[in-house]
Design a protein around this ligand. Structure first.
Ligand SMILES: C[S@@+](CC[C@H](N)C(=O)[O-])C[C@H]1O[C@@H](n2cnc3c(N)ncnc32)[C@H](O)[C@@H]1O
Length: 269
């Protein structure tokens, strides 16, 4: 799952705004709507494994959940209309205003707490961060971005201990940053599926997961593949299936050294 949190410092927290003036009267709500579009839309399709949160004036959280979303369209005005409708439903507890859109009163520390509880790995996107390396982005990342304004002093305080990554020295639009992050992670994920070679075989998923975790702790991405030999059942007599640990060819010698050091001789192909 990829997540984005967009901090809207001037966007309205009540529904009394006109859809005819999103950049002005609605405090750059157009920019947040473009960010939502960039987070979810493919050409004629929607990214279902994405969650996007907009946090308005550090008071109101609206969550968009990709695998539940309905009625989201690519134009900013209709997205703003969904936000306006959500604001009409705002109460004490989180409520679903339209399918896949949830609204609740929340502050940035509360948003961050929930994301930690869900196992997400927060990252701040900032021009002055460390240059981004897609291969070092952890699984389940959540990217924090500001709107047309800098992060506020109180945002900075809450986000101070998080890694801060840069997409270059130029200040980009929030939606452009999201598109670039998707591009980098899509390429990484495609690359992760390609050029993988067998590193090791084990019986049973728990041990395979242990080795995968060990390799990833050392910065080597690994995939697990349940192997079903032709005309043989996937389950052996002890009820354990064979799991193949796949790594990039370039990582193979190091991965085998790591496994040898910690466990046993890696299996030859
Ligand atoms: C329009 S920028 C914010 C305003 C900008 N700092 C300025 O005053 O010109 C919107 C947000 O996108 C992200 N962003 C913009 N450019 C970036 C870059 N080069 N690298 C990483 N994040 C960036 C940051 O989260 C930033 O707060």
């Amino acid at each position: 799952m990829r997540r984005f949190v967009l901090l809207g410092h001037k966007a309205p927290i009540t529904p009394e705004f006109t859809l005819n003036d999103l950049p002005g009267g609605a405090g750059r709500l157009d920019l947040l709507c473009r960010g939502i579009g960039a987070a979810f839309f493919l050409s004629h399709d929607l990214r279902r494994d994405v969650e996007t949160v907009i946090l308005l004036q550090d008071q109101v959280q609206i969550r968009f959940i990709g695998n539940k979303l309905k009625r989201l369209n690519p134009d900013e005005r209709s997205t703003a209309a969904l936000i306006k409708h959500a604001l009409e439903k705002l109460g004490e507890e989180e409520v679903q205003s339209t399918p896949g859109i949830f609204i609740a009163p929340r502050t940035l520390p509360m948003v961050l707490d929930r994301l930690y509880q869900e196992g997400a790995h927060p990252i701040v996107l900032h021009e002055e961060g460390i240059p981004i390396d897609p291969f070092s982005i952890p699984t389940n990342p959540v990217f924090f971005l500001s709107d047309h304004q800098e992060f506020s002093p109180s945002d900075e305080e809450t986000l101070a201990s998080l890694p801060r990554l840069s997409l270059g020295k130029r200040a980009l639009h929030t939606s452009q940053c999201i598109t670039i992050v998707h591009y980098l992670l899509d390429r990484r994920d495609d690359d992760t599926q390609a050029d993988l070679v067998l590193c090791h075989k084990v019986w049973g998923e728990p041990k395979a997961l242990l080795i995968k975790g060990l390799l990833e702790d050392c910065g080597l991405p690994a995939n697990l593949v349940m192997h079903v030999p032709p005309s043989i059942l996937p389950i052996n007599v002890d009820g354990l299936s064979e799991v193949r640990i796949m790594v990039h060819e370039r990582d193979l010698p190091r991965a085998r050294d790591i496994i040898t050091d910690y466990f046993e001789q890696p299996a030859e192909e």
